[in-house]
Design a protein around this ligand. Structure first.
Ligand code: ZN
Length: 271
């Protein structure tokens, strides 16, 4: 894919500060940046937004909100307040959307967690609308269903965003989480039709993955047919940034400049 649509998520080059990431992404021809909340250090969110725009990059998303389910009502209320604070930070940063990792509690059923996710999003929604920040539900691979997300397929993410029915709530499609899904093309078409397809993330699924969270592959290094999924996403009319999001203990130990070079090449050839 053309680099004009390339966005890199700061977690991908975790060893770099935000300032370093911004400068080096821009120099490499990357056009967008997604900001992990911990990347904003030693400055306000407004200052971080200025720094990014001054270097010619667009802020694509702020990551991450969510984690709504808890067995205690007090904890659920805290999560809603925390998400409102994130909405405020995203607005100050100039990010058009927050990605939601919805959460799950192993101490209750998945159904209970799903109901709490929907009511949590509905509780944050009026404030998000007021601040003009969208909320994108990112379904996570089922291996995370115990404690990270009870929303484990694009079909489920579509169900919940349709049930809420707001132009401010949609989905983030990440190839790592949904590549296995039997009706993936139909579900991508479905969220595209509702204008609910708000973000598209790429990396790759390594066949011999060594860590559930931090062993994601560079595009082309695993078994996902990324080009095919990109075609389906583009066919919906989605023409936004394609976000490279690679959580990797292996790449974080390597030279980040060389890694960025590999990302750019893989983006042009494999996405
Ligand atoms: Zn993602």
């Amino acid at each position: 894919m053309n680099l004009d649509r390339c966005c890199v998520h700061t977690i991908t080059t975790k060893p770099w500060s935000l300032a370093e990431s911004v400068e080096r992404y821009a120099a490499a021809g990357v056009k967008g940046i997604s900001v992990w909340q911990n990347a904003v250090e030693g400055m306000t969110h407004a200052q971080a937004g200025e720094l990014i725009r001054k270097n010619g990059l667009d802020v694509v998303s702020y990551v991450r909100g969510g984690f709504f389910p808890h067995t205690s009502a007090e904890e659920r209320a805290k999560a809603i307040e925390h998400n409102k604070k994130l909405v405020e930070e995203a607005a100050a940063l100039g990010a058009p959307l927050i990605v939601l990792v919805c959460g799950a509690s192993p101490d209750q059923t998945l159904e209970a967690s799903r109901a709490q996710i929907q009511s949590g999003i509905e509780a944050v929604l009026p404030f998000a609308e007021q601040m003009n920040v969208k909320l994108a539900i990112e379904p996570l691979h089922p291996m995370y269903a115990a404690d990270r997300s009870a929303i484990n397929s694009l079909a489920q993410a579509n169900d919940i965003s349709e049930a809420i029915g707001s132009p401010f709530v949609g989905v983030a499609v990440d190839v790592y989480h949904v590549w296995w899904e039997p009706n993936l093309e139909a579900e991508i078409i479905r969220c595209g039709k509702n204008d609910h397809l708000m973000a598209y993330h790429v990396c790759d699924w390594k066949v011999n993955t060594g860590d559930m969270l931090n062993d994601r592959g560079l595009m082309g290094e695993g078994c996902i047919d990324i080009k095919k999924i990109s075609r389906w996403v583009d066919a919906t009319g989605f023409d936004g940034y394609v976000e490279v999001e690679i959580f990797s203990n292996i790449y974080w130990q390597q030279d980040q400049q060389e890694f960025l070079g590999k990302i750019v090449k893989a983006f042009e050839e494999k996405v």
